[in-house]
Structure formats: C-alpha cells, structure tokens
Design a protein around this ligand. Structure first.
Ligand SMILES: Nc1nc2c(ncn2[C@@H]2O[C@H](COP(=O)(O)OP(=O)(O)O)[C@@H](O)[C@H]2O)c(=O)[nH]1
Ligand SMILES: [Mg+2]
Ligand SMILES: [Zn+2]
Length: 297
C-alpha cells in the first residue's frame, strides 16, 4: 500500500481520475466521501491510497483538501477563472444566461471572463456594448480561424480555468484550439470509457497551458437557481459588480434596485452608466430568487 497526492481531473459515476503527476489513477472514494453531503469534485486536491497487490491496481481517495471554491454547474472545485463562452451567431447569444453565470461566479468569488466565439460568422458589437460597462474581461475569438485565441491562452495560462456556456457555443473547439493536445487527452480517457470523443458528458480537466488546467464542461440550455446554484436575493446586488459604486447611495437603505424611487442604480441605468440589459436581467433574477423558498434550496 502506497499513498500519493493528486488532482481529480475527471469523475464518472463514482470513479475519480486522480492525476498524481506521473500517473493517473482511477479511484473510488472512501465510505465517508461517498455520501451525498460531501462528494469529491473535479478540481479537488486529494490524498489517495494505492494498492498494487492483486491482479488489478486499486486506489481510493482518503482525504480531500479544503476548497477555495466550488460550483455545481459546472461541477468543479478550486477554479481561478470561469470562462463564459457565448456564440455571436448560433446558438443565439443570451445575455440572460451570461448574467446568471456571472452572478453565480461572483457569489462564489470566482473571476468571470466573457468570450464571444464564432466571430468568423458574426459581429460581437452589440454584446460588447452591453458588457463593456462591466468589469469583466471580454474577448472576441474564433475557434475556427484561431483569431483571438492567443489572448485567451495568456489569460488562462497557469490557472485552473473552466469553460462554460450553452451546448454548441464552441467550448470543446476552443479547448482544442487553445491546447492541441486536448483532443488526445480527452480521446484517451473516452476510449477507456468507450464513449464518443466529441460529446462532452462530464467535467474534465485538461492539462495544458503554463502548468494550468482547463475544464471542458457539458453544455446546458437553461440555468436554474435551485439547490446549490441558489443565491439569496438580498445578495444578488453584490453579484453585479458594476452596481457596487451606486449601492448605498439610494434614497432607501433597504432599496432592492428593482423599481424604487430615488434608486441610484436605476439612475445610473438612465444615465447609460449601467447597461439596461444587465439591469433588466438583475430584476428578472431578483424576482426568480425571491420566489424560491429557503426550504426549497
Ligand atoms: N464558424 C464557427 N464554428 C464554430 C466555431 N467554434 C465552434 N464551431 C462549431 O460549433 C459547433 C459546436 O462546437 P463545440 O465545440 O462542440 O461546442 P460545445 O458544445 O460548446 O463544446 C461545431 O460544429 C463547431 O465546429 C467558430 O469559431 N466558428
Ligand atoms: Mg463540448
Ligand atoms: Zn437602489
């Protein structure tokens, strides 16, 4: 029996693939990590125990290091950067989805970056108009022509970054472009699992740039605030970074910035300092979060 330390790079139905540098071991989790209250996540730093005896190597996770952060959608821990991908053509870009993800990231102190992909097929101009008033870095790229990818590569270098966004926006294509060995890395793991190479079914960390890792994640077409995605509605205002300098200047201290008289956030929207679209999405999300009872969370 030997022990080692590593990083969970993939999790598939209770098998965790732990990268220990030289070797990646398929591990089971110890009893106490198998319950639903605390499941290991991709991105977790773990201790494992490896048993070389018998016909097959068996390994199991014995410790999970304290997390810097974690998300459920995508299910990943310890991310430095959440790369939110949106296509400028198809699937149709949705600020409402982008804004839910930026808020979810902010709530967990994860830095979001917004990437507009497929600029070979369309113009990111309208989206840039909305998001240039936020503090989030914006990048326009094409995974097809490679335009803009170098800038993204610099941004993710040495970091644990996760790509997220609707299915079809080009997450896997961007990953392959960023890190040409990604295809092989995903190919290897998928071959073991006898699955197709090109559908991303699980969160998976790809080793690549400047010692960093990038997670490709399965896409989604809607985003719900239930369960572990929940944000208390009173906290939502702090998850829209550009509201920050106006919060506290409203007429009422209990202002929710939805429609109150004398709201400094709404005034900033009228003055064009905050995007109308972002504020509209805030109002919508506020209503949605308010209607979720705490016991449903
Ligand atoms: N024109 C164009 N097509 C792209 C680009 N990036 C991805 N695609 C295409 O969009 C489709 C979905 O890409 P994929 O990477 O699988 O998206 P994912 O579901 O987000 O991983 C594929 O047919 C890609 O070839 C791009 O920059 N330009
Ligand atoms: Mg994909
Ligand atoms: Zn207000």
């Amino acid at each position: 029996m030997t022990t080692d330390k590593g990083l969970i790079v993939k999790a598939v139905s209770d098998i965790y693939y732990v990268d220990c540098g030289e070797e990646t071991y398929a591990c089971k989790a110890r009893g106490r990590f198998r319950n639903d209250k605390f499941k290991p996540l991709v991105g977790d730093r773990v201790n494992i125990e490896i048993d070389f005896g018998g016909s097959e190597i068996s390994a199991c996770i014995t410790e999970v290091a304290e997390r810097q952060n974690s998300m459920i959608r995508p299910a990943v821990a310890n991310i430095d950067l959440l790369v939110i991908v949106s296509a400028v053509s198809l699937p149709k870009p949705s600020p409402a989805v982008i804004d839910k993800i930026t808020a979810a990231a902010e709530y967990r102190d994860i830095k979001p970056v917004i990437v507009f992909n497929k600029i070979d097929e369309g113009d990111p101009g309208e989206l840039i108009e909305i998001y240039k008033k936020t503090p989030y870095p914006l990048l326009s790229v094409s995974a097809q022509t490679g335009e803009g990818i170098d800038t993204l590569r610099e941004l993710v270098s040495g970091k644990l970054a996760a790509l997220c966004g609707n299915s079809g926006v080009g997450k896997s294509s961007i990953l392959n472009c960023l890190c040409p060995s990604a295809g092989t890395q995903t190919g290897e793991i998928s071959a073991k699992l006898r699955r197709g190479r090109h559908t991303t079914r699980h969160v998976e960390l790809i080793k690549g740039i400047g010692g960093g890792y990038i997670a490709d994640t399965p896409g989604f077409s809607s985003w719900e605030f239930t369960g572990k995605n929940h944000i208390p509605c009173s906290q939502l205002q702090y998850c829209f970074s550009e509201f920050e300098e106006y919060i506290g200047r409203c007429k009422f201290t209990s202002c929710t910035h939805v429609k109150e008289q004398g709201c400094a956030v709404i005034a900033a929207v009228s003055e064009g300092k905050i995007s109308e679209v972002r504020h509209r999405d805030y109002v919508e999300m506020y209503g949605e979060l308010k209607s979720i009872n705490e016991w449903e969370v």
